[in-house]
Design a protein around this ligand. Structure first.
Ligand code: URA
Length: 243
């Protein structure tokens, strides 16, 4: 964290003295709000503007987190539950999760401070595929699995075509492990799809997000995505192919 006038001076906006003047005159905004306090400190994650022009760009960061069950995918929880941010304590940037996983869902989730990237990864028109493994109650019939593949009418509309495969079943326990790949992200989509065929999900894990998996990470651990991985994801969204 550094004093705003120092950051402005270093960015070549004005001398430190003149920068103080600009701040006092109300010409400087930090993250969209005018700041007139000379002691204000900013970090690499803050967006600083002088007279409407951005002078210091935030550095974008991208993490792959293996979310465990029992964490909420928001940056703050009114009920005081643990959030995914608690798992990345040393990150200075204001990161947020790309899309959502339910409190009880585990698996791959990307965290970033890059809003455009997040939009591209989550909007269904870009078709980024996410694969889940669902343990469900009951053993779905072939016809039921076909329904999931072709589209199910949920209260917020028809689901897009999905890939669905039975991994294993336990006839005695009346449970099954199903692999399902979708390219949308309706709220609680997988759970609601299985509810619709009468086989509620008892355990859910996101195995992959595009070509990214949790391999090499334990639950609760994160790693930075490489520049190449970030580029690959952008190319995938643009062309439908991994570059
Ligand atoms: N679908 C769900 O139902 N839950 C998740 O966490 C992700 C997809």
């Amino acid at each position: 964290m550094e004093r705003l006038q120092k950051v402005l001076a270093r960015a070549g906006v004005a001398s430190r003295r003149k920068a103080e003047g600009l701040i006092l005159e109300g010409k400087v905004k930090v993250n969209g709000s005018v700041v007139t306090e000379l002691g204000t400190k900013v970090s690499a994650s803050d967006r600083v503007e002088v007279e409407g022009i951005q002078v210091v760009k935030e550095t974008f960061v991208y993490y792959l987190l293996y979310k465990p069950r029992g964490y909420i995918s928001t940056v703050h929880d009114e009920k005081g539950r643990k959030t995914v941010l608690d798992l990345l304590p040393g990150v200075e940037q204001r990161i947020f999760p790309v899309g959502r996983l339910d409190y009880d869902t585990s698996g791959v989730i990307i965290m970033t401070n890059d809003g455009d990237f997040s939009y591209t990864m989550t909007h269904p028109k870009f078709g980024i595929r996410k694969q889940y493994i669902a343990k469900v109650k009951g053993v779905p019939t072939r016809e039921a699995l076909k329904k999931l593949e072709n589209g199910i009418v949920l209260e917020d509309g028809l689901t897009a075509p999905a890939n669905v495969k039975m991994r294993s079943m336990d006839k005695k326990a009346q449970t099954a492990l199903i692999e399902i790949t979708i390219s949308e992200g309706k709220n609680r989509q997988v759970r609601r799809m299985f509810d619709a065929i009468g086989c509620p999900v008892v355990k859910l894990r996101r195995e992959s997000f595009a070509n990214l998996t949790t391999i090499g990470l334990n639950a609760g651990e994160a790693r930075e995505l490489t520049t190449h991985e970030v580029k690959q994801l952008r190319v995938l969204a643009e062309t439908g192919k991994i570059g």
